[in-house]
Design a protein around this ligand. Structure first.
Ligand SMILES: Nc1ncnc2c1ncn2[C@@H]1O[C@H](COP(=O)(O)OP(=O)(O)OP(=O)(O)O)[C@@H](O)[C@H]1O
Length: 478
């Protein structure tokens, strides 16, 4: 092929005209951003730097071979078209891996402004560990044997999720339960339930189960791209009977992995396989996931695991203490269940420490020892106690209505806890007697004074009562 004189003449000055090139690149970037969306643009295209022009060919540089291959396969044709439209002298685009000394993106104002920020997560493929696992020949994951249905304690906050999980374990892919979407706050048992489903299914017969976190899904996907084995990856995923992906919220902002997951999801559901997904929010609240994916995720059964109640925390502690073989007094369990309300993981961590301590030193677990051993954990959970909180806790403990804290009822069953709450308000807050009185149905300060001395007197006389009040004080203490 001969190159026409005109073309040669046009091309040569272009190579010198870096301003024209940069302006063209700015326009192209802006159009690409509009076409592919903000996140995708940031993830992949801000990594491109302008390279040399040779005749009608411009070279674009990428920092790694992986990125070059990815950009070439996904955007190569579009980049050529855009260059040709914006700067007709460019007929071809070459994508190359930058060598030391080559320009590094982002070289342009537009790109610099749009550089990823901490609040806009994007896949940075270079964040994937260098040792990212290559796609293995099997995806069947080792399940944590501690997480079974037997060891999962059921209570009001999780009974629905538990029932759904059991149903899926018994009859995978039943209508209305595919996908099963489990969601709830941190450390409330989502992973536990997924492993329990897996364990049950594996035990029940010839079922292949793949469980992985969404993060691992992404790394495996990237590793597959790197090693040019995406087909194998897809085939492996699509060959399992049950696919479970944990912590799906990780895929927010990871558009390419989301896309891959979406296709896998569809292929599996269409083939009658079961999908189980967990996340920290419901599908409709997972903004940042593609709409079509959210819609499909919400199509099966969506089950919420609510924050634990005091009763559930007690049951969990009792079950875990019993399994450990160490005697943990009820008062200590109550104390922990009152103090550590954030999630089961922390509660379990605190109990495990107590048990380890008891085993190590061969000492019985007491309330005093608990406060000592868990000093740091308890401190982290400390906060300023309010009169309202004292009233609530005392009402709960003595089983009276909260409204009775301010009511005129004088029956002992109501009046005594009310006096305890006044006593504790005096002990634990800096409120004056008249202020405390106002919070208890506008009572006079002398009533509060009387309550405080009466409770102190009773505590001296009745050790069981004293222990109850003392326990309550410790629970509330900041
Ligand atoms: N109802 C329960 N009965 C027994 N153990 C529980 C229960 N709920 C949670 N746990 C335990 O609490 C710990 C944390 O649970 P898990 O890892 O399943 O939480 P998660 O909801 O998946 O949290 P994350 O959002 O951090 O992934 C585990 O050790 C688990 O066994």
């Amino acid at each position: 092929m001969t190159i026409g004189v005109d073309e040669d003449e046009r091309a040569f000055p272009l190579a010198e005209d870096s301003k024209a090139l940069e302006e063209s690149w700015l326009q192209i970037c802006s159009r690409l951003k509009g076409e592919v969306g903000e996140v995708e643009y940031r993830t992949w295209l801000t990594k491109i730097a302008l390279g040399p022009v040779d005749g009608d060919e411009i070279t674009l540089l990428l920092p790694t071979r992986f990125l070059r291959d990815w950009v070439r396969s996904q955007y190569g044709d579009r980049l050529s078209e855009l260059w040709n439209q914006v700067l007709p002298a460019i007929r071809r685009v070459e994508l190359q891996v930058a060598r030391p000394g080559d320009p590094v993106a982002p070289p342009l104002a537009l790109v610099t402004e749009d550089a990823p920020t901490a609040s806009t997560p994007a896949i940075d493929v270079e964040d994937a560990p260098r040792s990212a696992p290559e796609v293995r020949s099997d995806l069947v994951t080792t399940l944590d044997t501690r997480f079974t249905f037997d060891t999962f304690v059921v209570g009001k906050p999780n009974e629905f999720a538990y029932a759904c999980a059991r149903r899926v374990a018994e009859k995978p892919s039943s209508v209305g339960f595919n996908p099963l979407f489990l969601y709830g706050g941190v450390g409330l048992g989502k992973t536990h339930l997924m492993h329990a489903i897996g364990a049950e299914l594996v035990q029940s017969g010839n079922v292949s189960v793949a469980y992985m976190s969404a993060e691992k899904f992404m790394y495996r996907f990237i590793a597959a791209i790197r090693s040019q084995s995406t087909m194998e990856f897809k085939e492996q995923l699509r060959s399992v009977d049950v696919l479970m992906i944990d912590d799906l919220q990780f895929l927010i902002g990871k558009d390419n992995t989301q896309e891959e997951f979406f296709h896998t999801f569809n292929a599996l559901v269409d083939a009658g396989r079961q999908i189980v997904v967990s996340a920290d929010k419901s599908p409709s609240d997972l903004s940042g996931l593609e709409d079509r994916l959210r819609t499909r995720l919400g199509c099966g059964m969506v089950a919420d695991i609510h924050a634990t109640t005091f009763e559930l925390r007690i049951s969990i502690l009792e079950s875990k203490a019993a399994a450990s073989g160490v005697v943990v007094p009820g008062k200590v369990l109550e104390f922990l269940a009152h103090k550590i309300t954030s999630n089961v993981r922390e509660l379990e961590g605190a109990l495990n420490r107590l048990i380890a301590h008891a085993n190590l030193f061969g000492r019985p677990v007491t309330l005093e020892a608990t406060q000592d051993v868990l000093h740091d954990i308890l401190k982290a959970h400390d906060r300023r106690v309010t009169i309202e909180e004292i009233q609530k806790r005392v009402a709960e403990h003595w089983n009276i209505r909260l409204t009775d804290m301010s009511s005129a009822r004088r029956a002992r069953a109501v009046a005594r806890p009310r006096q305890v709450a006044m006593y504790l308000a005096k002990q634990l807050t800096s409120r004056s007697l008249p202020e405390i009185g106002r919070k208890f149905g506008n009572r006079d300060h002398t009533t509060v004074m009387h309550a405080v001395s009466r409770v102190a007197e009773l505590m001296e006389r009745d050790p069981a009562f004293a222990e109850d009040v003392e326990l309550m004080r410790r629970m509330l203490e900041s």
